[in-house]
Design a binder for this molecule. Structure first.
Ligand code: SF4
Length: 290
């Protein structure tokens, strides 16, 4: 396989065939993110992508490929007709494929019409991963996400209306000590409005090479302690109303694993938080990772 630079995918795509439809992130402005800082964004020529699919087929000639993830950062920026072509090729070359998924940036979702999204779903695009990061406008602005909480809601609702599975991520601690309440309550508001199938919590890590790293070193950002992260998560869990949404906080960056289905398992999750608070046993920072 030929991959350009470091390739990222959601943890739940660990067993998927990863094909780069785009290189990098078209925005690349988020102050906390270093994923694609070394890449200049471009959409790959479609024939190259098809060559990759064919190469993968010959490599996995005896293995059934059930899932394909179209990387890099925001494959939904690609024109709908080109996406449809690539999805058709995925299905032609891997007739056994059961799920095709992408990262979807909110602005790219908003640029597509409901009909385009429905056509993509009908063609086989089953799942979209969308980074909410925070549902608080103050935080989104501070980290230069380039989108408002209301735009996130609109984008998330569009994906759900098209019948695609939506998985969203929130970053614990992203508002720092100053905005943790706004961050928790704003994120609960957005998730309640969208009710995605999945919401996953990561925990902020300050990565070298990011704008946030410099802000942190200048003392402009105060990180939450593990106990404060628990307080923030608790406020989110108590405030969110998203019946059926599966909540997970079991990423390598998290201090403790949490999980349950909202709203029914709210008390169970709150119980996990309380036990963790009392035990005070957190994953050491050296073992945390993105
Ligand atoms: S968080 Fe997402 S949108 Fe922001 S720079 Fe990273 S990949 Fe791009």
């Amino acid at each position: 396989m030929r991959y350009e630079g470091t390739v990222y995918r959601p943890p739940s795509e660990a067993g998927s065939l990863i094909i780069q439809l785009t290189i990098g992130c078209a925005r690349n402005t988020c102050t906390f993110c270093n994923m694609y800082k070394d890449k200049k964004f471009r959409i790959r020529p479609l024939e190259e992508v098809v060559e990759d699919l064919e190469m993968a087929r010959s490599y996995y000639s005896r293995i059934k490929v059930r899932r394909i993830f179209l990387a890099d950062g925001d494959a939904l920026i690609v024109k709908t007709e080109d996406l449809l072509y690539i999805i058709a090729k995925c299905k032609e070359i891997f007739p056994e494929v059961e799920r095709i998924s992408v990262y979807g940036a909110p602005k790219d979702i908003l640029h597509k019409t409901p009909e385009e999204l429905a056509t993509l779903k009908a063609a086989g695009l089953d799942m979209v991963y969308m980074g909410l990061e925070s549902g608080a406008d103050e935080v989104l602005q501070a980290v230069k996400k380039g989108v408002t909480a209301d735009e996130m809601i609109e984008a998330g609702k569009k994906v759900r209306a098209a019948g695609m599975i939506l998985s969203m991520t929130v970053i614990s601690g992203l508002g720092g000590k100053k905005l943790w309440r706004e961050h928790a309550l704003g994120s609960a508001r957005v998730i309640s409005a969208i009710k995605p199938e999945y919401v996953g919590f990561l925990t902020l890590m300050i990565e070298p090479g990011t704008e946030m790293y410099d802000q942190y070193n200048r003392g402009e950002i105060e990180l939450l302690t593990p106990h404060e992260v628990l307080d923030e998560t608790e406020l989110f869990i108590r405030s969110v109303d998203a019946e059926g949404t599966m909540f997970r906080s079991n990423h390598a960056s998290n201090y403790i694993p949490l999980g349950g289905t909202l709203n029914g398992e709210r008390d169970k999750i709150l119980g996990q938080i309380e036990i963790s608070r009392r035990k005070s046993k957190f994953r050491p920072d050296v073992f945390r990772g993105i």
